[in-house]
Design a protein around this ligand. Structure first.
Ligand code: N2P
Length: 357
């Protein structure tokens, strides 16, 4: 009899543990039953009020997760643990995800607000006809700096970062393509260069920058520069715009050798469970007023011309953030360099990071 009770107890405990485990798995995969939408976006890249507004208007509950690099996002989507309904890769990542068969086609008839996007940002080489992607924000990579803390010094060239008197003054955003890209640009190479000698040279050049680098950081770079913990940062343009709102002394420049021009876009991964909701969310974010509110909040440059018409002139006339085609013509968009080359970029960047002081 005692044995029987013991056996029942064991079965009971094992079943309970199994139920708890399955529940935990479901929750971590973003599935809570009911009408949910799992969105995967860069950190600090949306006005949270708009998520609430979308939930109220549609009755869809948004599960929102963030990433801080295209590489991290692609790995997570490839692993397939979570079923994301909407993600926001940059152009070269979109090409790669298409190649890896990770994306599904967008049904443009469900995104009437696509008409709000400026034609300049449609039908770009990474996704002809916008079959798989819808523009979200765009921008550049450049140097944000605080002339007040630097004896009114200015920056024009990437090479200015290597000056001897800038020990411990620079913060870098944590991105393999960004770091390798500006090092390549500083050597007058393309940021899509695939010549191994050039890439080694760029890595060695980054290595020489170590004494001037205070830290390699994520989104906290904004707080650190605004609070004057460091006077110089290599950042994405919209983050610079956001910082300049908070600290009047800051300035932003795209160095003369050239830099990266990037485009971030909504996509719907193949594993999406709420494809209908994904289209609703994308269309919602493209509405003129909502897009203008979001643009004001995040500080990045919008490709939405209906939204631009609602923004302050001061914002859209600022050439640092809405560069003329003359400037953008000398910038380069990251290309999908193929699996092997992208891993090589990552490896070189990691080696550089590991030798950090
Ligand atoms: C926002 C990140 C912007 C991404 N924090 C640049 N592609």
């Amino acid at each position: 009899m005692r044995k029987l009770v013991q056996a029942f107890l064991v079965i009971f405990i094992v079943s309970l543990a199994l139920i708890l485990f399955v529940n935990h798995l479901n929750a971590s995969q973003g599935y809570t039953g009911g009408n949910t939408l799992t969105v995967y976006n860069w950190g600090d890249y949306i006005d949270p009020d708009l998520i609430t507004q979308f939930e109220e208007e549609t009755g869809i509950k948004v599960i929102y997760e963030t990433f801080d690099s295209n590489e991290a996002m692609m790995t997570k989507i490839q692993q397939g643990g979570t079923s994301y309904d909407v993600a926001v890769p940059s152009e070269y990542a979109i090409e790669k995800m298409k190649e890896d068969d990770l994306l599904q086609k967008i049904d443009q008839s469900k995104i009437p607000n696509l008409k709000n996007i400026d034609e300049r940002f449609l039908d770009l080489p990474f996704d002809p006809g916008n079959e798989y992607s819808v523009p979200y924000f765009w921008g550049t990579v450049g140097i944000v700096f605080n002339p007040k803390l630097l004896g009114e010094r200015e920056f024009h060239s990437w090479n200015d970062l290597w000056a001897d008197d800038l020990k411990n003054q620079i913060l870098l955003i944590d991105g393999a393509r960004e770091a390798m890209g500006f090092a390549l640009n500083s050597l007058n190479y393309s940021l899509n260069d695939t010549n191994v000698d050039h890439l080694q040279e760029a890595k060695a050049k980054l290595q020489e920058l170590q004494p001037n680098i205070k830290a390699i950081v994520g989104d906290e770079i904004k707080m650190l520069i605004v609070n004057e913990e460091a006077p110089i940062g290599v950042v994405w343009s919209g983050d610079a715009a956001d910082m300049m709102w908070e600290n009047d002394d800051l300035d932003y420049v795209v160095p003369e050798e050239g830099s990266n021009l990037w485009f971030d876009n909504f996509v719907i991964p193949k594993t999406a469970r709420n494809v209908e909701g994904a289209h609703k969310f994308i269309n919602f974010m493209l509405d003129a007023e909502i897009n203008a509110q979001n643009t004001d909040y995040v500080g990045y440059s919008t490709p939405n011309k209906a939204a631009m018409a609602l923004l302050d002139e001061e914002t859209i006339e600022d050439e640092r953030f809405y560069p003329s085609s003359e400037l953008t013509d000398r910038l380069e968009v990251y290309e999908n360099l193929g699996k092997k080359m992208l891993s090589y970029y990552n490896d070189l960047y990691l080696e550089f990071k590991m030798h950090k002081k």
